[in-house]
Design a binder for this molecule. Structure first.
Ligand SMILES: NC(=O)C1=CN([C@@H]2O[C@H](COP(=O)(O)OP(=O)(O)OC[C@H]3O[C@@H](n4cnc5c(N)ncnc54)[C@H](OP(=O)(O)O)[C@@H]3O)[C@@H](O)[C@H]2O)C=CC1
Ligand SMILES: O=C(CO)COP(=O)(O)O
Length: 351
């Protein structure tokens, strides 16, 4: 039976998920902020701005009216970048099926949310805004899933994490298809940390990858060294923040997502690392706060740059030793030259 699904955020990932669901026969409506994105999806069935080259079925439609997109849906999927997620969600609180808790909500965003004290995880932030009935009922969805490949129908694995197994199973059934395998998890904290922190490691990986292209000293072996040490740092953060299942880190949402983000040609975070070395992209920003404030000027979304600020804050507050994440923070904050970076982190890291 076809279900009604709303997706908030028509970037590459929201659009690809919409295409996958629409191909499965679900009735999907996407919210896009920009009128040209709405028009392009509704007229030529393609998101020319964020996912060009992929044609959507006609049962995927778009609207600029966020409340309309959220109204009367069985499922609502949030796919906005971390910087805009909380603000976007607040605009939906008076939608009747959200106010009464009857719509099942899942989140695709990867990152942390700033708050007055410590940075917060996404579910914790949304639970603080949504009606009480959503507590322990939000579903966090992550895994190695570049939008382009999901839109193509290439076989992809995702984890749907929720403290209430009924909801992770509901999402699993709604999302899964021949190309999309969906597994349940209870480890909402571990899965969120893996999704946010792997982007930071992938920026560092992109820097190393660019340096290695012209180096006699660094190669594929060095890259695997960085990847393994990065996974170690992700585990340190996860354990400190309350991840419940050690196997999360070795699952598709842990090492799987880290691997694809570091190595895929579609990776935005890896590309950003490359651009730091090859295009001196940091020259136009004065520090990390300036970069975050003007992130749209980069032309694509490196969530790892935003997450790096919050991982650094968490590391300081909890006295965590994270040479890769903290080394990258010093680069992005203009405290260290990129050239020094790889050697320093290789000298400092523990596997
Ligand atoms: N791309 C991928 O392969 C994957 C991405 N993700 C995660 O999904 C999230 C979205 O990434 P992605 O789809 O790649 O992003 P894109 O860079 O493709 O799209 C940018 C998005 O930002 C939105 N946006 C820009 N300005 C604002 C604003 N002021 N308020 C609200 N929304 C705004 C755009 O809205 P609009 O649509 O309305 O124009 C659009 O949805 C990120 O957290 C990312 O880490 C996770 C897995 C895979
Ligand atoms: O999360 C992703 C793949 O699972 C997308 O990573 P990038 O944002 O680096 O492209």
């Amino acid at each position: 039976m076809s279900q009604k699904i709303g997706i908030i955020g028509a970037g590459a990932w929201g659009t690809a998920m919409g295409i996958s669901l629409a191909k499965k026969g679900q009735e999907v409506e996407l919210w896009a902020l920009e009128a040209d994105v709405v028009e392009s999806i509704n007229t030529v069935h393609e998101n020319k701005k964020f996912l060009p080259g992929f044609i959507a079925p006609e049962n995927l439609t778009a609207s600029a009216d966020i409340k309309k997109v959220a109204s009367g849906k069985d499922f609502l999927i949030l796919a906005s970048p971390s910087l805009y997620l909380a603000r976007t969600m607040k605009g939906l609180l008076d939608v009747p099926n959200i106010a009464d808790g009857s719509t099942c909500i899942g989140i695709l965003t990867k990152g942390f949310i700033p708050s007055e004290g410590s940075p917060k995880l996404i579910l914790e932030t949304l639970e603080g805004v949504l009606p009480e009935s959503y507590k322990k009922n939000l579903v966090y969805i992550a895994g190695p899933s570049h939008a382009e490949e999901v839109a193509m129908g290439k076989v992809t694995g995702l984890v749907a994490a929720c403290e209430n197994p009924r909801n992770s199973i509901r999402f699993r059934e709604a999302l899964r298809s021949k190309g999309l395998l969906v597994y349940s998890s209870f480890d909402v904290i571990g899965v969120q940390i893996c999704a946010a922190a792997k982007n930071v490691v992938a920026v560092a990986f992109g820097c190393l990858d660019a340096i290695a292209e012209k180096s006699d000293v660094f190669g594929d072996n060095t890259e695997s060294l960085l990847l393994a040490a990065g996974l170690n740092e992700i585990q340190i953060i996860g354990r400190a923040m309350g991840a419940t299942h050690p196997e999360t880190f070795t699952s598709i949402s842990g090492v799987g997502d880290l691997d694809v983000t570091c190595r895929s040609k579609y990776g935005r975070n890896r590309r950003f690392g490359h651009d730091i070395i090859q295009k001196n992209i940091l020259d136009k920003f004065s520090d990390l706060d300036d970069l975050i404030a003007r992130i749209s000027e980069i032309g694509y979304l490196p969530e790892g740059a935003v997450a790096c600020k919050y991982v650094h804050q968490i590391a300081q507050e909890r006295n965590l030793r994270l040479p890769i994440c903290n080394g990258l923070f010093r680069i992005l904050n203009k405290e260290m030259q990129p050239a020094q970076f790889i050697q320093e982190i290789l000298d400092g890291m523990e596997i």
